[in-house]
Design a protein around this ligand. Structure first.
Ligand code: SAH
Length: 394
């Protein structure tokens, strides 16, 4: 096995079980460069073996650790053990009919670059790094044997693959797709998931618990669901007794599905869908003197990296400011950021600034994060990306 050697003093993060080896902390590989995806031994400056990792020649993250036990063999059985462990940790959710959940959450499940989501009897996988790409056929075979599923669909059509020198890929890997749209049940509501063209793997599974919270807070509220995608926060609010929901999204296809979800769950007469840019529509509502008792802001990622933080902060602040103008006294603002580069203290400050500029006083009632089936392994704080606040606004 080829070895990659850390520069002197660059072993601290690996010793703390952080799974990434950056290009700047490595010497040039000796004895020829490994192939992309090849398993290499990571050694410290003194020659001590620290980890086994997957090599990626193009990425700034030059190697991702499979195991800190350097006596382990990285083979099909290794992946079987890790997949079983991830599945077992999800308990009954992994197999219960109709359920949608995340089964493998990359680094935090010990499988860097691998995402596996389950939509009832269909699995959707993303292979996001050179290491998982090299093992994808074995992973797909194993998943078919470990779980009662009909098929595996690949949705590796995401930008981060470029950083690894991988081209986007999408398509069926195993089995056959029963229907293009999969029906799932979340908190008693039915949703259709378009796994071929929907966002991410088809549905925002990271918001499951937060939608349940929205449901518990929405009784009697006029709700505005901004950046609604296929409307799941709105349906949850309606289940919780919201008097009315207005859903806004820039995507017509997403909105059509949102309307179908509202109809399907029996709330047609309490919902309106508006296809618009939310930044503009919030201003329009202000001009019209509209008010809402609960406003949900769940925008797309505004910051892809650290150098976009300032621009993103302005965008988060702008929508929170516009929303604050529309909230009735005592109203609830439920605001999210899925930008990993923006942490909770910064997000709270952005929200505080927005309310201050709107001349409103707010109080945080809930601090929210991604759902528990998107775990964060403690040595890997980067795994935490979704933050949210529920503010009571006077
Ligand atoms: N809350 C949703 C997920 C939201 S994803 C859920 O729980 O399912 C973000 C959504 O914002 C996407 O549907 C995207 O189409 C929409 N979007 C992106 N930019 C927008 C803009 N400027 N105005 C309105 N919607 C926008």
């Amino acid at each position: 096995m080829k070895e990659i050697r850390l520069r002197k003093g660059r072993d601290a993060s690996l010793r703390r079980l952080h799974p990434w080896v950056f290009s700047g902390s490595l010497h040039e590989p000796t004895g020829g460069s490994p192939e992309d995806g090849e398993t290499v031994r990571v050694i410290d400056a003194g020659g001590n073996a620290l980890a086994l990792a997957a090599w990626s020649s193009r990425s700034r993250i030059r190697a991702r650790v499979w195991s800190f036990d350097t006596s382990e063999v990285i083979d099909r059985y290794f992946f079987e053990r890790r997949l079983r462990q991830a599945i077992d940790r999800r308990g009954g959710q992994a197999t219960r009919p109709g359920v949608a959940c995340r089964l493998v959450h990359g680094e935090s499940d010990g499988l860097p670059g691998l995402i596996v989501d389950r939509y009832d009897r269909v699995l959707v996988c993303q292979f996001l790094a050179a290491g998982t790409e090299a093992w994808k056929e074995e992973v797909a075979d194993l998943l078919m044997t470990l779980l009662p599923v009909d098929c595996i669909h690949e949705r590796s059509d995401v930008g981060v693959r470029e950083l690894e020198g991988l081209s986007p890929r999408r398509g069926l890997m195993r089995g056959s797709l029963p229907e293009a749209r999969i029906s799932i049940i979340e908190h008693g509501a039915q949703y259709f998931v378009d796994i071929e063209t929907g966002h991410k793997t088809g549905f925002y599974l990271d918001q499951v618990a937060n939608r349940q919270l929205a449901r518990s807070l929405a009784s009697g509220c006029r709700v505005l669901n901004c950046f609604c995608y296929t409307g799941a926060f709105g349906v949850a609010a309606l289940q919780g007794g919201a008097s009315h929901v207005t859903s806004i999204d820039a995507s017509e296809a997403a909105l059509r599905l949102a309307e179908e979800h509202v109809d399907r769950n029996g709330f047609t007469d309490r919902h309106v869908a508006i296809c618009a840019n939310a930044f503009q529509q919030l201003r329009r509502f202000r001009e019209e003197g509209r008010h809402f008792d609960m406003i949900i802001l769940d925008p797309p990622k505004f910051a892809d990296s650290r150098n976009q933080v300032n621009k993103a902060a302005r965008a988060y602040k702008d929508i929170a400011l516009q929303a604050a103008h529309l909230l009735s006294p005592g109203g609830l603002l439920m605001t999210f950021s899925c930008s990993g580069a923006i942490d909770m203290p910064l997000f709270q400050k952005i929200t505080a600034d927005a309310l201050l500029d709107a001349g409103r006083f707010g109080q945080v009632r809930h601090w929210l994060h991604q759902h528990g089936d998107h775990p964060v392994s403690l040595p890997f704080p980067e795994g935490l990306y979704l933050k949210g606040l529920v503010c009571l606004v006077d």
